[in-house]
Write a protein that binds this ligand. Sequence first.
Ligand SMILES: Cc1cc2nc3c(=O)[nH]c(=O)nc-3n(C[C@H](O)[C@H](O)[C@H](O)COP(=O)(O)O)c2cc1C
Length: 297
Amino acid sequence: MRGFDLSGLVLNGSGTFDAIAARRTFGDELLEQFPFDVFVSKTITAEPRQGNPPPRLWETPGGLINSIGLPNKGLDGFLAADLPQLAELPVPLCVSVMGFTRDELAKLVAAVDQREEVAMFELNVSCPNVETGLIMGADPSETARVMERVRPLTDKPVIVKLTPNATNPAEVAVAAEGAGADAVSLVNTLKGMAFRPGTSEPWLGAGTGGVSGPAVRAIALQQVAAVSKRAEIPVIGMGGIASGAGAQDFLAAGAECVAVGTESFRDPAAGSRIRRELRGLRPKLEVTYLERGTRSG
Ligand SMILES: Cc1cc2nc3c(=O)[nH]c(=O)nc-3n(C[C@H](O)[C@H](O)[C@H](O)COP(=O)(O)O)c2cc1C
């Protein structure tokens, strides 16, 4: 990927590991034993956001529903307060960005591109374009337009993070690739909801949220396999990975590397454990799903 080899790496899922808070808790030990090979920031937006009203989390069997709502300091706050701290991490930094219009996203990418501490971008396209009402990443042509707008603004690698709430994520991946994306990552969370026990009131303050964790792993694996068959660019697989064996399944489905999300809430060192387990297992992986001749052009 544009001079960057992702193969076999373990990343974090955006928004699931607060490296700044973890450094406060664990001190410099965090830097010595950093759990990921690349750190992906929480998604930032041009303006500061408070996020959704509480409650924001619900535990499901084998997973979580979150409606955090992307609280963040906005572009200026990120550059001034968070970036200098994230730049001290011992691994390359990927900044996750989201815009409610293509211009807003372009502004973010152009500004963050100036910072040499930033190695790459992830475009979070799981949000509505307020101009068209379409979820950017749910529609191949909308995704292509977003990527085309951003591509001339940076020479850094750009990963497009696909939403599983699209009719055909493989079509979206092909559109992102055609418009110049260097890699795709998937899955983001699946839409879900929960009710306050014994009532007809939704539990989450925002009404609905996104499901993640082992509960989504089988769905994520199928989507990663479908996208890997169609896209030539590297695929970063995630969704419910909680062990090296789970990560290996994503590589078998055609992913170049994996990301760990929800499992880090249970165990902040999960990334290191999964990396260790995966590296112990990888030599046993002789033939991937794709190499069995399932690539379908
Ligand atoms: C609490 C929480 C916050 C998240 N925040 C973001 C975010 O800011 N940007 C993003 O692209 N994905 C976000 N995600 C999605 C994860 O990065 C990941 O795609 C998803 O949770 C699936 O992986 P997992 O099952 O291993 O958690 C968030 C997920 C959770 C659970």
